[in-house]
Design a protein. Structure first.
Length: 223
C-alpha cells in the first residue's frame, strides 16, 4: 500500500448505519446543505459510461458552499431533500465517503469504484486513500438465497459465492480483507442475509480540523 496523499488523510468510508447517523447528527447539525453534481461521475454519465445518479455530493463547509452557490455549481437544499438524496444513492448502490472525519464532517460524497477519484485508486491500484468504516459485512448463510445481488453491488469485490455444507445452492461469502463496511450489500439484500457488524472503536475514525477553522466565511451568509 502506498501512503495516501495529504488531501485524503481525513477521508473514510461511511456505512449504512451512518446514513442514519447522517440524518440524526450530520445533516441536522449542518449550518446549511448544498448539493452538486459529482465531479468524478458527471462526465462518465454524460458519455454513457455510467448510469448512477450524479446529484450526490452534499457539502457543509461554509466556504465550499458559498463557492458552489456563487459560481452556479450547486444548489442549497432542505434537510428533507438531503434525506431523499441519501435514500436514492443508497438504493443505487453508491458507496458513501466522508471528508473531515469525526464530528467535523465537511462533505458526504456518494460514488462508485469506476468513477471515484478516491475509491478507484484504492480498489484498483492499492493506494491507501480512504479509511475503512467501523463496520464489517457479515452474511447469514441460512438466509442467503444465492441471488448474487450483494456481489453485484459490492464496490470492493469483497463478496463471492461459495459452496456451503448442507446446501445445494452457492452462498455469499465476505472477504474481510477486502470489505470496507460500506453497507451497500446490506441495503440491496432481499432476504436480509447481509448485516453490518460493529468491529472497530469510534477512535478508528480520523478526526479532521473543524470546518469553521478552515473557513473565513460565516455560515450565516448562506441563510
Amino acid at each position: 500500500m502506498c501512503e495516501s496523499p495529504r488531501v485524503w488523510e481525513h477521508s473514510s468510508i461511511a456505512s449504512d448505519p451512518l446514513i442514519g447517523f447522517c440524518r440524526r447528527y450530520i445533516l441536522k447539525e449542518a449550518p446549511a446543505i448544498v448539493v452538486n453534481d459529482c465531479p468524478c461521475r458527471w462526465l462518465r454519465v454524460k458519455e454513457g459510461d455510467c448510469d448512477k445518479p450524479t446529484w450526490s455530493c452534499l457539502h457543509f463547509s461554509p466556504f465550499t458552499m458559498k463557492y458552489l452557490l456563487d459560481n452556479g455549481l450547486g444548489k442549497k437544499i432542505s434537510i428533507d431533500e438531503a434525506y431523499k438524496i441519501c435514500d436514492k444513492v443508497a438504493e443505487a448502490g453508491l458507496c458513501p465517503t466522508v471528508s473531515g472525519g469525526g464530528p467535523n464532517v465537511a462533505q458526504i460524497c456518494f460514488c462508485c469504484s469506476d468513477c471515484c477519484i478516491v475509491l478507484r485508486p484504492t480498489i484498483k491500484y492499492g493506494y491507501n486513500c480512504v479509511a475503512r468504516s467501523r463496520y464489517q459485512c457479515v452474511v447469514d448463510p441460512d438466509l442467503c438465497n444465492g441471488c448474487l445481488i450483494c456481489a453485484d453491488r459490492c464496490q470492493f469485490g469483497a463478496i463471492e459465492m461459495v459452496k456451503v455444507p448442507g446446501s445445494k445452492e452457492l452462498k455469499a461469502s465476505v472477504d474481510v480483507e477486502k470489505c470496507y463496511g460500506c453497507g451497500s450489500c446490506v441495503v440491496g439484500c432481499p432476504t436480509k442475509a447481509m448485516t453490518l457488524k460493529l468491529l472497530r472503536p469510534v477512535e478508528h475514525i480520523p478526526i479532521g480540523p473543524s470546518i469553521t477553522a478552515l473557513d473565513d466565511v460565516e455560515a450565516s451568509s448562506l441563510t
